[in-house]
Design a protein around this ligand. Structure first.
Ligand SMILES: Nc1nc2c(c(=O)[nH]1)N[C@H]1C(S)=C(S)[C@@H](COP(=O)(O)OP(=O)(O)OC[C@H]3O[C@@H](n4cnc5c(=O)[nH]c(N)nc54)[C@H](O)[C@@H]3O)O[C@H]1N2
Ligand SMILES: Nc1nc2c(c(=O)[nH]1)N[C@H]1C(S)=C(S)[C@@H](COP(=O)(O)OP(=O)(O)OC[C@H]3O[C@@H](n4cnc5c(=O)[nH]c(N)nc54)[C@H](O)[C@@H]3O)O[C@H]1N2
Ligand code: SF4
Ligand SMILES: [Mo]
Length: 868
């Protein structure tokens, strides 16, 4: 077994075009054998005659899961097409084409990629995690090693020491599913084995999930996007569907249609960068400093209130904590009644005796007085939006109907909870909720007519003996110091047999029982890419394996040698979706679909589907029969189809016919749904501008997280959604040293880090740091110059995109680029001075969790930039 030093996934970006010459190249690929033709398809190119055309889907996490048509010749995928069947007309009853985006169509370069993992690999003993030194081992050795370590850890620590990492590379699969982790095959196996430590929430919606409900009990509902044809004004706060919802049936397509059908609507995009969405459909771009939407909204409401443009009676009836004169009454109604709410005050100790109303806040009085009146002029100094524009925007809200849609950029900040609450506040207080053309301020609803086939195999959560869970973002702490983690420090929660998370009724009472010793990463690049602060991660992964800290085994199942693979102890080669059978559903706005996916080719190299991998481990743990229930992967696909038919899906009578045709779509003619919010799931049953839940937390919780962060006031929990000088925000004193606010928008060439190894994509739009022309000129930076961006946590190098499309003082590095350190030398691994050459923003971001949600505020960063 030769030692194989792996330098990093980006070492050589030779495209597979070179590798293949495709038909002839097949013999070189282990396990690749010709597939018998299933059907022939005519294409516009008459000379092109594939042996077979099968259906697959794009399983990555952009949310769309587009069906893909796979053309196979001589056992090799020679072309990837998309759904080109059905109508292309927007409207009720039309069955759209579920067209993929351009990324989906590059999948040949993902299947035949030179970063593919070919055989199981083991970290060379004695080397550090991240050095990248591996030796090839057999499948049997790999599985035995994993199973024996699992037994050892269970014996020593119990099931609490096992963790399934967040991972969304296979989000669209059913048997192959990687997200939600609790619905995966490894979760099924672990539950049969006694359970594992679960996490709540996700990297997408860390703050909005828990903190929008503080205001209105509801993080998700909004009017169906098709209702935007009835809007007079449409506000998109930090929402960029031109990048994030790119499929031919998704939000971007729909809003383009809305633009055409409702040409008089005024579309306003509030975003620090002039996004492709703003370019494509907006009438107005409002550049805003990152993390300051909360101040913008305060300025808008102050203007409306002082101009007498708000309906005071309506607010008195429906809102809690707005007006000074009713504040004390309101607060009583807003008291959390039990531990199903946050901040339950069992002994009734946390009373309030001063005015903390929003009105007082706007007037610059009371407990949250802050810095004077919250006039549009005040807001302008914080947001960078001119006061006149703030007044004008506010006036649009009372000249509606006005729709409000927030993307998840505003909440992915260190003060993201307050941003998310405010955006919903402006929608509700201007009476735009519950009406056609209006909306709640949550993300758009795109309610497709879904099929009922099962999209997850049972995983037996009721067998999980571990009854506590951590935030998705905080697993790293449980490697190093699990004893410091409880509900009041790190937001640890109970989790019941149904998977529902519960808060503490006694602050500090929910604790962890063991350190994390075993991590399963399947289709995840979180640990060295999508989390934060890569250098700090490297330190934590290399802590010695001691009784109370240090991880013992990290297993990664991926198709590619990603940065995360290179910190793993065992790396297992996984199949791509094109090498296994599965079933995938999806669809947005009216059209729903189900795709029965057939393996287009045999697994390349020694790759195996995750179901087979988990079956092998189950066998070693003596759980094979319970795990498989005697079913093959295809049997589970059939099971899913049968569940759908039983529940009423209109699908062919036999599984064979279902599999042969592959793609099914359905629709109806429903009117666009309007989110009513008749019943508001807050303690008072009203909109809580002042949240007693949040206020109580501010008294109950320890914002130093048990001493992990200093008590520097840069994290706050506030009863009202107020603007404060948040961690690495615009007013953080650190800005004198690190003058730029750095965000990381979701770019077009990748879905997170997926597709990051596709040369076609990076050739279209290379990884670049967006910087305003004026800032660039001041720094002597010209278009395409190499720059080094640094924060207190690390340094990365990439080229500059010098543009007017980002506001001065703000820069953005599209998130998801692959970490590619200048050195993997053991002596300097994790050192902040080590330069990342991949343009990976996660070298720069912080792991400091957000105050309430304990999630990822990774769009809040202060950085400096220099010419390389
Ligand atoms: N192409 C592509 N599509 C994707 C993904 C991908 O990686 N690539 N990822 C998918 C996933 S999993 C998710 S969760 C979604 C992510 O969807 P989002 O979270 O909505 O995407 P972001 O790009 O982070 O943020 C959206 C916009 O918010 C802006 N923004 C940042 N900070 C602020 C702020 O403080 N205020 C305001 N008003 N705007 C702000 C950004 O500039 C950006 O244009 O996208 C999905 N779709
Ligand atoms: N700084 C910053 N960080 C962020 C964000 C941000 O906005 N800014 N966004 C966050 C968000 S919203 C999310 S959802 C997360 C996403 O974070 P991740 O879930 O880690 O998403 P990906 O980076 O796409 O990684 C998916 C992994 O799956 C692998 N994979 C893909 N297809 C297959 C397959 O068929 N089989 C197997 N076995 N593996 C496969 C890929 O190679 C890749 O390693 O990132 C978060 N991180
Ligand atoms: S990346 Fe998203 S939009 Fe593009 S093909 Fe895949 S699922 Fe569809
Ligand atoms: Mo996400």
């Amino acid at each position: 077994m030769g030692e194989n030093t792996v330098l990093g996934p980006q070492i050589s970006r030779r495209t597979f075009m070179a590798l293949s010459g495709l038909a002839g190249g097949c013999a070189a690929l282990t396990g690749c054998s010709p597939k018998s033709p299933s059907k022939k398809e005519e294409t516009s190119d008459k000379s092109f005659s594939p042996d077979a055309v099968t259906w697959s889907s794009c399983h990555v996490n952009c949310g769309s899961r587009c069906p893909l048509k796979v053309f196979v010749k001589d056992g090799t995928v020679v072309r990837i097409g998309n759904d080109n069947e059905g109508s292309d007309v927007f409207g009720p009853g039309e069955i759209y084409q579920m067209r993929s985006c351009v990324r989906g169509r590059t999948n040949r370069q993902r299947i035949y990629n030179d970063t593919r993992i070919q055989k199981p690999l083991r970290r060379v003993p004695g080397t550090k995690r991240g050095e990248g030194k591996y030796e090839e081992i057999s499948w049997d050795e790999a599985i035995s090693d994993i199973a024996s370590t699992m037994k050892e850890i269970k014996e020593e620590y119990g099931n609490d020491a096992f963790y399934i990492q967040y991972g969304t590379g296979q989000l669209g699969g059913t048997v192959s599913k990687s997200w939600h982790p609790d619905k995966t095959m490894f979760a099924r196996l672990m539950n049969l084995y006694g359970g594992y430590l679960r996490h709540y929430c996700d990297y997408s919606t860390g703050q909005i999930t828990w903190e929008l409900p503080l205001f209105n009990g509801d993080a998700w509902s909004n009017n169906e996007v098709t209702d935007l044809v009835n809007s007079k004004n449409i506000f998109l706060f930090g929402n960029n569907p031109a990048n994030t919802r790119m499929s031919g049936s998704a939000m971007m397509y729909l809003i383009t249609q809305v633009r055409q059908q409702n040409p008089d609507a005024r579309i306003v995009v509030v975003d620090p960068h002039l996004s492709d969405t703003a370019v494509g459909v907006a009438n107005q771009w409002v550049p805003i400093r990152p993390g300051t939407d909360v101040a913008l909204v305060a300025g808008m409401i102050q203007h409306l209130l002082s101009a007498g443009k708000l309906d005071r009676d309506f607010i008195k009836e429906k809102f809690v904590g707005f007006f000074s004169d009713s504040f004390m009454e309101d607060v009583k109604a807003a008291e959390p009644k039990d531990a199903s709410f946050m901040g339950f005050d069992k002994d009734g100790k946390l009373s309030i005796d001063q005015d903390m109303s929003y009105e007082a806040y706007l007037n610059g009085t009371g407990a949250y007085a802050g810095s004077g009146k919250k006039t549009p002029e005040w807001a302008a100094t914080i947001t960078g939006v001119p006061a006149a524009t703030i007044r004008e925007l506010a006036d649009l809200y009372v000249d509606g109907p006005t729709a409000t849609i927030q993307g998840w950029g505003p909440q992915r900040h260190s003060n993201g909870g307050n941003n998310t609450r405010s955006i919903a506040l402006i929608a509700a207080i201007t009476k735009n909720v519950g009406i056609s053309g209006g909306g709640t301020g949550a993300r758009e609803a795109t309610g497709g007519v879904a099929y009922k086939v099962k999209t997850a195999i049972p995983t037996f959560p009721e067998k999980n003996s571990v009854d506590v869970c951590v935030s998705f973002f905080d697993w790293y702490r449980a490697i190093e110091d699990y004893r410091s983690m409880n509900d009041a420090t790190w937001g640890v929660r109970h989790i019941n047999e149904k998977g529902k998370t519960l808060y503490a009724d006694e602050p500090g009472s929910i604790t962890l029982k063991a350190p994390i010793k075993f991590i399963w990463n399947y289709a995840s690049n979180v640990m060295m890419g999508q989390h934060a602060d890569i250098n700090e991660c490297l330190r934590i992964y290399n802590l010695p394996d001691e009784k109370d800290s240090g991880v013992r085994m990290i297993v990664t199942v991926d198709c590619y040698l990603t940065p995360t693979a290179l910190i793993s102890d065992i790396i297992l080669p996984g199949t791509t979706s094109f090498e296994e059978d599965d079933i995938c559903t999806g669809g947005t706005a009216w059209t729903g679909f189900v795709c029965c996916e057939s393996a287009a080719i045999k697994p390349l190299f020694e790759a195996k589907p995750v179901y087979e991998i988990c079956t092998l481990i189950a066998d070693k743990l003596g759980l094979k029969d319970e795990f498989t229930e005697g079913k093959s992967q295809l049997d589970w696909v059939k099971w899913s189809y049968e569940q759908g038919v039983e529940a009423g899906d209109d699908l062919p009578a036999t599984f064979e016919e279902f599999k042969e045709k592959g793609l099914f779509k359905q629709t109806d003619t429903h009117d666009p749904a309007i989110a009513k919010q008749d019943k508001i799931a807050t303690p008072s049953g009203k909109y809580e501008v002042f949240s007693k839940q949040a206020y109580n937390l501010s008294k109950q919780w320890d914002l130093t997280l048990g001493g992990y962060v200093p008590d520097d006031g840069r994290d706050q929990i506030t009863g009202l959604p107020t603007y404060y000088d948040h961690f690495e925000g615009y007013n953080d004193p650190l800005r004198s040293e690190y003058p730029f606010q750095l965000i990381g928008h979701h770019g077009k060439t990748r879905t997170h880090s997926s597709y990051g190894n596709v040369a076609w994509m990076s050739s279209v739009a290379p990884q670049q740091c967006w910087i305003n022309e004026k800032d660039a000129a001041a720094l002597g930076i010209e278009q395409d110059d190499q720059v080094i961006v640094s924060t207190e946590r690390g340094r990365t190098q990439l080229s500059a995109k010098v543009t007017q499309r980002i506001m001065p003082g703000v820069v953005s590095i599209p998130q998801g680029a692959w970490y590619d350190p200048a050195s993997r030398d053991a002596a300097t691994l994790g050192d902040k001075s080590v330069l990342d050459k991949g343009g990976c923003i996660s070298v720069l971001t912080s792991m400091r969790p957000t105050p309430i949600s304990k999630g990822n505020g990774v769009h809040s960063n202060l950085c400096k930039i220099e010419k390389a």
